[in-house]
Design a protein. Structure first.
Length: 323
């Protein structure tokens, strides 16, 4: 299984920011209201994610590192109704196979557990005093896969990817406080229990943050589309500031990007892209998130319908508000 873990690691864990993504998704799944990410050297020597979520008891903590160990799915029919980010049980085993890990965790009502793992092998387990929540410290990622280390670009590039990812996640989860420490410096720290409106100001600054226009549509029964649209003069030369969340999951979608751009089309010169945050709540059986290990791409069953609804919502809003 060590080899298969290393192979799985290649699929899920491409670079330090992929580790951060998996860990913060786990923290969100564990209902944390505070997530702190500490990194050193672009995450290559240290990634430490601490949360105040549910925590794990000793038995759960031990099996969390087994391949396909997940507490989030009980049988394969659950795959049609995935409400959590995790479900494949691959992230921790994959990360463990290519790094050195120290996990501290506690459910709050009993003594905590500390587990050390070296290159996929259990090194040590003991009881520790620990407040409710989980802290996972990952050192020297890819130390045992030199080939993978070559994919790491400059440390400031990797740091940039990580902070960008956390900033984006923080927009989709404004009720959670996110804090980022890079080489001992606090570089991002939001308020907790925030609304999207105030989180937009934290991220984009007062000037742009206060100008987003909000509109919503029900799309189909039981679902919701919330759109936060920036005025056209704040357009960018990249698509980097188009954020799509589906059920809290940050995704990429060419079709949704195109829909957004079509709607802004008459207002923007060529080569300029709108800034927008689109937050969809869809019934879990409307989408398949199980098409790629990183879950960045999802399959939406009624995509054409969704795209047309989105385009008209945005067009209407832009026309009405003269954005
Ligand atoms: P998945 O998220 O797909 O279930 P992971 O490998 O990411 O798989 O995590 C394995 C299991 O470890 C999870 O199902 C969960 O039970 C537990 N776990 C991981 N991270 C946390 C956390 N931050 N808080 C509580 N439990 C966690
Ligand atoms: Mg997970």
């Amino acid at each position: 299984t060590f080899t298969s873990n290393k192979i799985a690691a290649g699929e899920v864990i491409e670079r330090p920011s992929s580790v951060v993504k998996e860990l913060i998704e786990n923290s969100i799944d564990a209902k944390a209201s505070f997530i702190q990410v500490e990194i050193k050297d672009g995450g290559t020597t240290l990634i430490k994610v601490t949360d105040n979520g549910s925590g794990m008891d000793k038995d759960d903590a031990l099996i969390a590192f087994n391949r396909h160990a997940t507490s989030k799915i009980y049988d394969s029919s659950d795959l049609d109704n995935i409400s959590t980010f995790g479900f494949r049980g691959e992230a921790l085993s994959s990360i463990a196979a290519v790094s050195q890990i120290i996990l501290n965790t506690s459910t709050g009502d009993q003594v905590g557990t500390q587990i050390k793992i070296m290159g996929g092998e259990l090194d040590n387990i003991k009881e520790v005093a620990f407040a409710q929540g989980t802290s996972i410290e990952i050192r020297n990622i890819f130390y045992n896969i030199p080939a993978r280390r070559k994919f790491i670009k400059g440390l400031s590039y990797e740091t940039g990817l990580i902070t960008e990812l956390i900033t984006k996640y923080s927009l989709g989860h404004p009720h959670i406080r996110f804090k980022v420490i890079n080489n001992k410096n606090i570089i991002y720290d939001t308020a907790g229990k925030n609304t999207t409106k105030s989180r937009l100001k934290e991220v984009f600054g007062e000037e742009l943050g206060s100008k987003f226009i909000y509109s919503e549509d029900e799309v189909f029964a039981g679902s919701e589309l919330k759109a936060w649209l920036a005025p056209k003069e704040f357009s960018k030369s990249t698509r980097n500031q188009q954020l799509f969340f589906i059920n809290g999951r940050l995704i990429k979608s060419k079709e949704l990007s195109k829909s957004l751009e079509d709607a802004y089309h008459t207002f923007l010169p060529k080569g300029r892209f709108p800034i927008a945050l689109l937050d969809f709540t869809l019934p879990f059986n409307e989408l398949d998130v199980n098409i790629h290990p990183t879950k960045l791409n999802v399959k939406i069953y009624n995509l054409d319908f969704l795209v047309s609804k989105l385009t008209s919502l945005i067009k209407d809003t832009l026309n009405k508000t003269n954005l």
